[in-house]
Design a protein around this ligand. Structure first.
Ligand code: FAD
Length: 145
Protein backbone atom coordinates (compact mmCIF):
# COMPACT_ATOMS: atom_id res chain seq x y z
CA UNK A 1 0.00 0.00 0.00
CA UNK A 2 1.34 3.45 -0.92
CA UNK A 3 1.61 6.17 1.71
CA UNK A 4 0.15 9.50 0.67
CA UNK A 5 0.33 12.88 2.36
CA UNK A 6 -2.23 15.49 1.24
CA UNK A 7 -1.79 19.19 1.79
CA UNK A 8 -4.31 21.94 1.13
CA UNK A 9 -1.39 24.34 0.93
CA UNK A 10 1.52 24.25 -1.49
CA UNK A 11 4.00 22.84 1.04
CA UNK A 12 4.04 20.66 4.14
CA UNK A 13 4.00 22.29 7.60
CA UNK A 14 3.14 25.61 6.00
CA UNK A 15 2.36 27.24 9.37
CA UNK A 16 5.66 26.15 10.90
CA UNK A 17 8.36 26.10 8.22
CA UNK A 18 9.52 28.17 5.29
CA UNK A 19 9.59 26.59 1.83
CA UNK A 20 13.28 25.63 1.98
CA UNK A 21 12.90 23.75 5.26
CA UNK A 22 9.69 22.01 4.19
CA UNK A 23 11.32 20.94 0.90
CA UNK A 24 14.10 19.24 2.90
CA UNK A 25 11.58 17.19 4.89
CA UNK A 26 9.57 16.39 1.77
CA UNK A 27 12.71 15.12 0.01
CA UNK A 28 13.61 12.90 2.96
CA UNK A 29 10.10 11.42 3.23
CA UNK A 30 9.90 10.97 -0.55
CA UNK A 31 13.09 8.91 -0.41
CA UNK A 32 11.19 6.54 1.91
CA UNK A 33 8.38 6.12 -0.61
CA UNK A 34 5.87 8.69 0.68
CA UNK A 35 3.87 10.34 -2.12
CA UNK A 36 2.94 14.01 -1.73
CA UNK A 37 -0.21 15.61 -3.09
CA UNK A 38 0.06 19.35 -2.63
CA UNK A 39 -2.85 21.78 -2.96
CA UNK A 40 -5.11 18.77 -2.63
CA UNK A 41 -7.97 18.34 -0.18
CA UNK A 42 -9.08 15.00 1.21
CA UNK A 43 -12.85 15.49 1.00
CA UNK A 44 -14.23 12.19 2.34
CA UNK A 45 -13.24 8.89 3.87
CA UNK A 46 -14.94 5.94 2.18
CA UNK A 47 -15.84 2.55 3.62
CA UNK A 48 -18.61 1.20 5.84
CA UNK A 49 -17.31 -0.65 8.90
CA UNK A 50 -13.65 0.12 8.15
CA UNK A 51 -11.81 2.66 6.07
CA UNK A 52 -11.36 1.69 2.43
CA UNK A 53 -10.26 4.84 0.75
CA UNK A 54 -9.95 8.60 0.69
CA UNK A 55 -11.74 10.79 -1.80
CA UNK A 56 -9.61 13.68 -2.98
CA UNK A 57 -11.08 16.88 -4.38
CA UNK A 58 -14.48 15.11 -4.59
CA UNK A 59 -13.42 13.13 -7.64
CA UNK A 60 -10.59 10.59 -7.29
CA UNK A 61 -10.61 7.78 -4.74
CA UNK A 62 -7.33 6.44 -3.37
CA UNK A 63 -7.29 3.08 -1.59
CA UNK A 64 -6.40 3.33 2.11
CA UNK A 65 -6.51 1.18 5.23
CA UNK A 66 -5.27 3.89 7.59
CA UNK A 67 -5.98 7.63 7.58
CA UNK A 68 -4.21 10.09 9.88
CA UNK A 69 -5.42 13.69 9.95
CA UNK A 70 -3.17 16.56 11.05
CA UNK A 71 -4.93 19.70 9.94
CA UNK A 72 -3.16 22.55 11.68
CA UNK A 73 -4.77 25.34 13.65
CA UNK A 74 -7.02 28.26 12.73
CA UNK A 75 -7.93 30.45 15.71
CA UNK A 76 -11.65 31.17 16.04
CA UNK A 77 -11.52 34.96 15.81
CA UNK A 78 -14.87 35.49 14.10
CA UNK A 79 -16.62 37.04 17.09
CA UNK A 80 -13.65 39.37 17.81
CA UNK A 81 -13.90 41.32 14.56
CA UNK A 82 -16.21 43.99 15.95
CA UNK A 83 -14.03 44.90 18.95
CA UNK A 84 -11.26 46.69 17.06
CA UNK A 85 -8.49 44.14 17.55
CA UNK A 86 -5.70 44.10 15.01
CA UNK A 87 -6.33 40.68 13.47
CA UNK A 88 -4.51 38.40 11.05
CA UNK A 89 -4.88 34.65 11.41
CA UNK A 90 -5.09 35.34 15.17
CA UNK A 91 -4.96 38.45 17.39
CA UNK A 92 -1.78 40.31 16.55
CA UNK A 93 0.34 41.18 19.59
CA UNK A 94 3.64 42.96 20.24
CA UNK A 95 6.69 41.43 21.95
CA UNK A 96 5.05 41.91 25.38
CA UNK A 97 1.96 40.00 24.16
CA UNK A 98 -0.09 43.22 24.32
CA UNK A 99 -2.83 43.64 21.73
CA UNK A 100 -3.51 46.98 20.09
CA UNK A 101 -6.33 47.58 22.62
CA UNK A 102 -5.29 49.01 26.00
CA UNK A 103 -4.74 46.50 28.85
CA UNK A 104 -5.71 43.49 26.76
CA UNK A 105 -3.12 40.76 26.19
CA UNK A 106 -3.27 37.55 24.16
CA UNK A 107 -1.24 34.35 24.50
CA UNK A 108 -1.28 30.83 23.08
CA UNK A 109 -3.12 29.59 20.03
CA UNK A 110 -5.10 32.81 19.62
CA UNK A 111 -2.01 35.06 19.56
CA UNK A 112 -0.22 36.00 16.37
CA UNK A 113 3.31 37.11 17.15
CA UNK A 114 6.03 38.65 15.03
CA UNK A 115 8.35 35.94 13.74
CA UNK A 116 11.87 37.37 13.49
CA UNK A 117 13.06 34.66 11.09
CA UNK A 118 10.17 34.98 8.65
CA UNK A 119 9.67 38.72 9.19
CA UNK A 120 5.94 38.07 9.34
CA UNK A 121 3.17 37.60 11.89
CA UNK A 122 2.62 33.94 12.66
CA UNK A 123 0.56 31.68 14.95
CA UNK A 124 2.79 29.10 16.63
CA UNK A 125 0.14 26.78 18.07
CA UNK A 126 2.12 24.50 20.36
CA UNK A 127 1.82 23.78 24.07
CA UNK A 128 5.33 25.03 25.11
CA UNK A 129 4.71 28.23 23.15
CA UNK A 130 1.34 28.76 24.88
CA UNK A 131 2.79 28.29 28.37
CA UNK A 132 5.79 30.55 27.70
CA UNK A 133 3.56 33.23 26.21
CA UNK A 134 1.23 32.93 29.20
CA UNK A 135 4.14 33.67 31.53
CA UNK A 136 5.31 36.62 29.40
CA UNK A 137 1.80 38.08 29.12
CA UNK A 138 1.22 37.63 32.86
CA UNK A 139 4.49 39.35 33.77
CA UNK A 140 3.72 42.27 31.48
CA UNK A 141 0.18 42.58 32.83
CA UNK A 142 1.78 42.96 36.26
CA UNK A 143 4.02 45.75 35.02
CA UNK A 144 7.25 43.79 34.49
CA UNK A 145 8.28 44.56 30.91
C1 FAD B 1 -5.44 16.96 19.30
C2 FAD B 1 -4.37 17.95 19.66
C3 FAD B 1 -3.07 17.49 19.83
C4 FAD B 1 -2.06 18.37 20.18
N1 FAD B 1 -0.79 17.90 20.34
C5 FAD B 1 0.19 18.74 20.71
C6 FAD B 1 1.50 18.26 20.92
O1 FAD B 1 1.78 17.06 20.81
N2 FAD B 1 2.47 19.15 21.28
C7 FAD B 1 2.20 20.48 21.43
O2 FAD B 1 3.11 21.23 21.75
N3 FAD B 1 0.96 20.97 21.23
C8 FAD B 1 -0.05 20.13 20.86
N4 FAD B 1 -1.31 20.60 20.65
C9 FAD B 1 -1.52 22.06 20.73
C10 FAD B 1 -1.68 22.53 22.17
O3 FAD B 1 -2.65 21.73 22.82
C11 FAD B 1 -2.12 24.00 22.12
O4 FAD B 1 -1.17 24.75 21.41
C12 FAD B 1 -2.28 24.59 23.51
O5 FAD B 1 -3.17 23.83 24.29
C13 FAD B 1 -2.79 26.03 23.40
O6 FAD B 1 -3.06 26.53 24.67
P1 FAD B 1 -4.05 27.73 24.83
O7 FAD B 1 -4.09 28.03 26.30
O8 FAD B 1 -3.72 28.83 23.89
O9 FAD B 1 -5.47 27.19 24.34
P2 FAD B 1 -6.34 26.00 24.91
O10 FAD B 1 -5.49 24.93 25.53
O11 FAD B 1 -7.25 25.62 23.78
O12 FAD B 1 -7.17 26.66 26.09
C14 FAD B 1 -8.18 27.60 25.82
C15 FAD B 1 -9.19 27.49 26.94
O13 FAD B 1 -10.13 28.54 26.82
C16 FAD B 1 -11.42 28.02 27.05
N5 FAD B 1 -12.37 28.90 26.39
C17 FAD B 1 -12.67 28.98 25.05
N6 FAD B 1 -13.58 29.92 24.83
C18 FAD B 1 -13.87 30.47 26.05
C19 FAD B 1 -14.75 31.50 26.47
N7 FAD B 1 -15.53 32.18 25.60
N8 FAD B 1 -14.78 31.79 27.78
C20 FAD B 1 -14.02 31.13 28.68
N9 FAD B 1 -13.16 30.14 28.33
C21 FAD B 1 -13.09 29.82 27.02
C22 FAD B 1 -11.37 26.62 26.47
O14 FAD B 1 -12.38 25.80 27.02
C23 FAD B 1 -9.97 26.17 26.89
O15 FAD B 1 -9.96 25.60 28.17
C24 FAD B 1 -2.35 19.74 20.33
C25 FAD B 1 -3.66 20.20 20.16
C26 FAD B 1 -4.65 19.30 19.85
C27 FAD B 1 -6.07 19.82 19.69
Amino acid sequence: MLNYLFFSSGQLLSQMLNKGASDLIQERLSAHGVKFLLQTDATAITGTDHVQGVLIDNSTELEADLVIVGKGVRPNIGNLKDFGFQLGLGIQVDSSLATNLPNIYAAGDIAETWDLARQAFTVNATWPNATTQGRIAGANMCGRR
